[in-house]
Design a protein around this ligand. Structure first.
Ligand code: PMV
Length: 353
């Protein structure tokens, strides 16, 4: 075999943010395809930066040749995951076996916080690979570029496909959302009230311990869950309604759906077989305090949860000062070593090299 990319080399680097779902994706089929459509805020401060150096091989070896470094160090566990992922996407990127790749990745947030980095890391890697393909073959228009990168990110970690777009993203076919697709995320901000484009997300770290049940296992348990079908219908309705509230800037109704989604996600875990629970006593304590604060002060502060015990506090930018005082005075004592990550809705990924 002579290498069709002989003498070609280069480097690309991207920063991609994490995202937090408002209507949750929980339950999948096929190759990372969602059972229901979901929508998320794209975050800003929690991000991964990944660079990929590529040098055309001079040998005929068709094995993938990858050197992976996480925060400047070799990391065999992550390297193994990346190797398997890259092998699985060769059909989408046939150039991969012709190059030696050096991948460097780092997160803006400490990895001991229990914040999942799979969304930002898979999005950043997918952007680098799509960028290399584009440099070699050319021809992708901007929306096609992000669509392909989103599809690739989805294959790495489902919800990662929503980390590619500014402000908000929808993933999954939905009857009322044009161009929505199970294959990739789409941008969703044209019909969103400005209040949501600067929304804050303070992530309260209740525990940074590794989850007792992975998201992969959790999705799989939806297959035997007696409430699965009604859940998928509920998600469809929630998204239809939320789209209207996002447009109108209706904070109360926004919060009602978002909080219901978070509790439904955890209720589904509790009624799976086997059942399990990822919320901790301090998760419930924080939720209770948020509800009391909201009704006493009339401040539009809402919570959501990922598949874990940490609590995301969502609030408008104009309420930041009072909410952050409340966090410091009344909530930090329920967090692990007082840990909180202050984040907000962001403009999506950026190319850094
Ligand atoms: O992308 P996964 O397979 O890690 O699943 C994540 C699912 C939730 O974070 C719980 C919800 C979501 O839509 O992000």
């Amino acid at each position: 075999m002579s290498n069709p990319f002989k003498n070609i080399q280069g480097e690309t680097a991207w920063r991609a943010p994490s995202n937090i779902a408002l209507v949750k994706y929980w339950g999948k089929y096929g190759i990372q395809l969602p059972k229901n459509a979901s929508i998320s805020f794209t975050l800003n401060n929690a991000f991964t930066e990944t660079s990929v150096k590529y040098v055309a091989k001079t040998t005929d070896d068709k094995q993938l040749d990858i050197n992976f470094f996480f925060e400047g160090q070799e990391n065999p566990k992550f390297a193994d995951k990346i190797q398997k992922f890259l092998e699985s996407i060769i059909p989408h990127f046939p150039f991969l076996p012709y190059f030696s790749l050096e991948i460097n990745s780092s997160n803006s947030f400490p990895h001991s916080t229990g914040i999942a980095s799979s969304a930002s890391s898979m999005a950043a890697l997918a952007l680098c690979l799509t960028d290399i393909e584009n440099a070699l073959d050319g021809g992708l228009r901007p929306h096609e570029f992000f669509e392909k990168a989103s599809m690739i990110a989805r294959l790495g970690s489902g919800s990662a496909c929503r980390s590619l777009f500014p402000y908000l993203s929808v993933w999954g076919k939905h009857t009322t959302i044009p161009f929505s697709s199970n294959e990739h995320g789409i941008p969703f901000h044209d019909t969103v009230h400005p209040v949501f484009k600067t929304f804050k997300d303070a992530i309260l770290i209740v525990s940074s311990d590794e989850k007792s049940v992975s998201s992969r296992a959790g999705h799989a348990l939806m297959d035997g869950n007696p409430f699965a079908e009604s859940r998928y219908q509920q998600a469809e309705t929630h998204l239809t309604n939320l789209v209207g509230y996002l447009k109108d800037g209706n904070l109360d109704k926004f919060g009602e759906i978002v909080e219901n989604e978070a509790l439904t996600l955890h209720a589904l875990m509790m009624c799976s077989t086997p059942s399990y629970m990822l919320m901790l006593p301090n998760t419930l304590k924080i939720i209770d305090l948020i509800k009391n604060y909201r009704s006493e002060k009339g401040v539009p502060l809402y919570f959501t949860l990922d598949a874990g015990p940490n609590v995301h506090l969502l609030y408008p930018e104009e309420n930041a000062a009072e909410v952050e005082t409340f966090i410091r005075e009344s909530l930090l004592m329920y967090c692990e070593q007082g840990k909180v990550i202050y984040d907000q809705v962001g403009k999506g990924p950026v190319k850094i090299k």
